[in-house]
Design a protein around this ligand. Structure first.
Ligand code: PLP
Length: 393
């Protein structure tokens, strides 16, 4: 296959390049400062101090106590620990077994809920969402019962970028005394993570979404929220998550988060202008396409569409041939293409949901990148439509 003349990465919701300043901060903790933070000699104590400093940096951005920050191996683990940890602990305390969530969660939450229901006897309520993928806080209020032990709602959706009304949902949860978890993996690095403003009790993050390394995450757990560890062993992370701490990655996560929030405004302004250029350009130059997700309450990094008559996967392959990395909302499972559960929950018909495309600009993108995509995408869509038996012009 011939290599395209340029490469444009527009899939920052999938992952980001590690910032060189982050790599630099991490390197000493591979060698020479490779100590185990549990060891009592100097090398170990230095590793312990690096983790303490990282924990303070994260706590500073979340507006919480350092002891409320738990380092994990990824965003998926943070979500798992929140749901199972709180679910098991509160059920053991006789508080009930009912969990409220949305139908547009990442699989890290939705598959965990499914397992809790199928194998552990929990009852799960899935709230409706509107056509933009937005949860109505009043529906949360109505769904809460005496035996509700946890609410988990994503902060910003990974497929369509819609930002949920967390503070309002959190206020209701607090009023009713139900712990409130949010999967903030997509929001981390571009939206406020102040846990008190957001009224959340648990919040999940993953470093690789904000220019940190893959394989390290955070679960914020408010002091007083019961949490049974799901991974047992040593007494790491105040007995909430056993396993020798991954010092370089923890340092990398905290450094990346610090940089993201120091530079938040400038980056958000620049990247949201790229997003808006993309959205306007696609809607102007292509017929029969819908913007998916909320028109205004959406991540600064997220542009997502559904094209009639074609499959998103085919658009992706053609974009890739032109050097453009993007993603679609549909998950390719087994032999059949399954439409995204997020788009279906938003009421988008399956045939339109098949034609989904997600373009997520980031720090290194330029206006020229966007214009290059806008120059190519209409002809790709037209070519695929011309081949489609569903299309007649
Ligand atoms: N939650 C959301 C919303 C995500 O977008 C992702 C990753 O795509 C995850 C959780 C999982 O994070 P990780 O890749 O660190 O396991």
């Amino acid at each position: 296959m011939q290599k395209p003349s340029r490469t444009i990465y527009l899939d920052h919701a999938a992952t980001t390049a590690v910032d060189p300043r982050v790599v630099e901060a991490m390197l000493p903790y591979f060698n020479p400062q490779y100590g185990n933070a549990s060891s009592i000699y100097r090398l170990g104590q230095e590793a312990g101090k690096a983790i303490d400093d990282a924990r303070r940096m994260v706590a500073d951005i979340l507006g919480c106590q350092p002891r409320e920050v738990i380092f994990t191996s990824c965003g998926t683990e943070s979500d798992n620990l929140a749901l199972r940890g709180v679910g098991w602990a509160r059920r053991n305390l006789g508080k009930g077994n009912h969990i409220i969530t949305s139908p547009i969660e990442h699989h890290a939450v939705s598959h965990t809920c499914e397992q809790l229901e199928k194998h552990f006897g929990f009852e799960i309520t899935y709230l409706p969402v509107d056509k933009y993928g937005m949860v109505d806080p009043d529906d949360v209020r109505r769904a809460i019962k005496d035996d509700t032990i946890l609410i988990s709602i994503i902060y910003a959706n990974n497929e369509v970028g819609t930002i949920e009304p967390l503070a309002e949902i959190g206020r209701i949860a607090k009023e009713k005394g139900v712990p409130f978890h949010t999967d903030a993996v997509q929001a981390g690095g571009s939206l406020s993570l102040d846990v008190n403003e957001l009224n959340v009790d648990l919040l999940s993050l993953s470093a690789h979404k904000f220019y940190g390394p893959k394989g390290v995450g955070v679960l914020y757990a408010r002091q007083g929220v019961s949490l049974l560890p799901t991974q047992t062993g040593g007494g790491h992370e105040r007995n909430r998550r056993a396993g020798t701490e991954n010092v370089p990655y923890i340092v990398g996560l905290a450094t990346a988060l610090r940089i993201a929030y120091d530079e938040l405004e400038a980056n958000n302004q620049r990247i949201s202008a790229l997003r808006d250029r993309l959205i306007a350009g696609v809607l102007e130059s292509i017929d029969e396409v819908e913007l998916t997700g909320h028109p205004t309450s959406r991540l600064p990094t997220s542009a997502s569409f559904a094209f009639k008559y074609i499959e998103g996967e085919s658009v992706l392959l053609n974009l890739d041939l032109a050097g453009i990395s993007a993603s679609s909302g549909s998950a390719c499972t087994s032999a059949s293409l399954e439409a995204s559960h997020v788009l279906l929950a938003m009421g988008i018909p399956p045939e339109l949901a098949q034609g989904s495309l997600r373009l997520t600009p980031g720090r290194e993108n330029t206006t020229e990148d966007i214009d290059y995509v806008l120059g190519i995408l209409p002809s790709i869509v037209q070519k695929l439509r011309d081949m489609s038996p569903l299309y007649s012009n």
